[in-house]
Design a protein around this ligand. Structure first.
Ligand SMILES: [Cu+2]
Length: 488
């Protein structure tokens, strides 16, 4: 049984099981078994007690084809970084890219100067340079890291960050990390080329809501990936029947939400954006860019499709969950009826009692807008673009409510750095999250407890929208220097 507050310890027979299967225990540590299995830690290098994370041009295999891109340690996704809650991550970024870069530790309640926000918390690290990221990880859960410079995270510059709970209350036998991505880099130009194309193509705000059905993004990608592999030569997650498996699903895509289901199984959702929720069992979950979901499944015997449909687009990411060696491999084109069954809604999610925030002392409204600018679409927050950003001011210790009103036809997965807010699906309830989809023409309220002083980015995690200006700031105390104080 799932019991997010229970006392039953996780059964740790994982490495023994993998020995029996003739594969490596690293498969239990997040990498998939099968064609994309890799050695523990990806053969990480160390310098001065810091794990080296090397950002560099790389040639990677997506399965059937090979592409040139930018990646961490030559891997796609980047290496899984694991830590224990309360512990310290020590990572030395080595920038061997031909461009400045930073690493953002998405979702971590981090010290502001380690947040990797270029021009805000740090200067980007120049080509040939290094930067030491040293920070504690206060909260367990499923996170990820990615470049926060320009379009770089739409290349290969992302990887999982898993923070383990030393007193893990969730009972499971084995875990898999599932990283979803939309991919074009090295296939038909670069993400920067795509951004330039978007900026020179007139955008019809009235037409596309029908054509695209309120889609999460603009870009038709040639590939959608699970753990760096296409549907044609998919990742295989190897387990055994009756194993209780925890899936940590991360949407690292720039412009695509995914509708995820596992054929033949229901999903018991246990966490979103790292934080536990009261478990709820559904058939499918839609995951916006920057969001994460953990779910547990008791696996049946056979081989099953793990399907991630690109929401509002034609295309899919696909992997195989195999518990029986001889079972026929499912087709990426096969039907997965669970995709049409009960879908998780935010209203289904409830934080634990101890994670509930106090009622807010005040409310601010942020309107998510669109307008045609001289150089393409602009996506302002209360009329402000990132070059003159909306500045939300908070006092340390207060809780404020931000009501986001999406006045556009596109999704906006809004992400706040340095905090995990509470989505108010009811006046007193809702899940803790750091990224929330604000659907076309809808409103959503989040409460933010100001417990981590700094100047923090608050932005759309559609990378194209972010680069077209959809970025504000949340900061503590009096605004630094510039006069553009937030308006309500
Ligand atoms: Cu957006």
């Amino acid at each position: 049984m799932t019991d997010s507050r229970g006392t039953v310890s996780r059964r740790l027979f994982v490495s023994g099981m993998f020995a029996a299967l003739g594969t490596v225990p690293a498969a239990a540590a997040g990498a998939s078994a099968g064609p994309s299995a890799r050695p523990p830690g990806g053969g990480a290098a160390w310098e001065s007690g810091r794990r080296v994370l090397r950002a560099a041009p790389a040639t990677v295999s997506l399965g059937g084809r090979t592409v040139s891109t930018w990646a961490y340690d030559g891997l796609l996704p980047g290496p899984t970084i694991r830590a224990t809650a309360g512990g310290t991550v020590r990572t030395r970024l080595v920038n061997d890219l031909p461009a400045p870069t930073t690493v953002h530790w998405h979702g971590i309640r981090i010290a502001a100067d380690m947040d990797g926000a270029p021009g805000l918390s740090q200067r980007p690290t120049q080509p040939g340079g290094t930067f030491d990221y040293v920070f504690t990880v206060p909260d367990p859960g499923t996170y990820f890291y990615h470049s926060h410079v320009g379009m770089q995270s739409d290349r290969g510059l992302y990887g999982p960050l898993i923070v383990e709970d030393p007193a893990e209350p969730l009972e499971y036998d084995q875990e898999f990390t599932v990283v979803l991505d939309d991919w074009q880099d090295g296939v038909n130009g670069t993400p920067d080329d795509t951004l330039r194309t978007l900026n020179t193509t007139p955008h019809d705000d009235t037409l596309s809501s029908h054509v695209l059905g309120g889609t999460s993004g603009h870009v038709r990608y040639p590939y959608y990936l699970v753990n760096g592999r296409t549907a044609d030569e998919p990742t295989t997650f190897v387990s055994r029947p009756r194993v209780r498996a925890r899936f940590r699903v991360i949407n690292a895509a720039a412009d695509t939400a995914f509708r995820v289901a596992l054929g033949g199984h229901r999903l018991t959702i246990t966490h979103t954006d790292g934080f536990p929720v009261k478990p709820v069992t559904v058939d499918t979950v839609v995951i916006g860019m920057g969001e994460r979901y953990d779910f547990v499944v008791t696996l049946e015997a056979g081989a099953f499709p793990l399907m991630a449909m690109a929401e509002g687009k034609a295309g899919r990411a696909f992997a195989v969950v195999r518990t029986t060696p001889g079972a026929r491999t499912p087709s990426p084109d096969g039907a997965v009826p669970e995709l049409q069954r009960r879908q998780l809604a935010y209203q289904d999610l409830q934080a634990r009692r101890r994670d509930q925030l106090r009622p807010p002392s005040r409310t601010v409204t942020v309107t998510l807008g669109w307008r045609q600018g001289t150089a393409g679409s602009e996506w302002p927050l209360n009329g402000h673009l990132s070059d003159d950003p909306l500045r939300l001011r908070v006092d340390r210790g207060e809780t404020i409510r931000i009501v986001m009103h999406n006045d556009t036809h596109m999704w906006h997965p809004m992400h706040l750095h340095g905090h995990t807010f509470q989505v108010r699906t009811t006046e007193r309830g809702g899940p803790r999250k750091d990224t929330v989809n604000v659907m076309p023409y809808k409103r959503i309220s989040i409460d933010v407890h100001a417990d981590n002083p700094g100047e923090w980015m608050f932005h759309c995690h559609n990378l194209y929208h972010q680069e077209q200006g959809m970025m504000g700031l949340l900061g503590y105390g009096k605004p630094p220097k510039r006069r553009h104080v937030m308006s309500h």
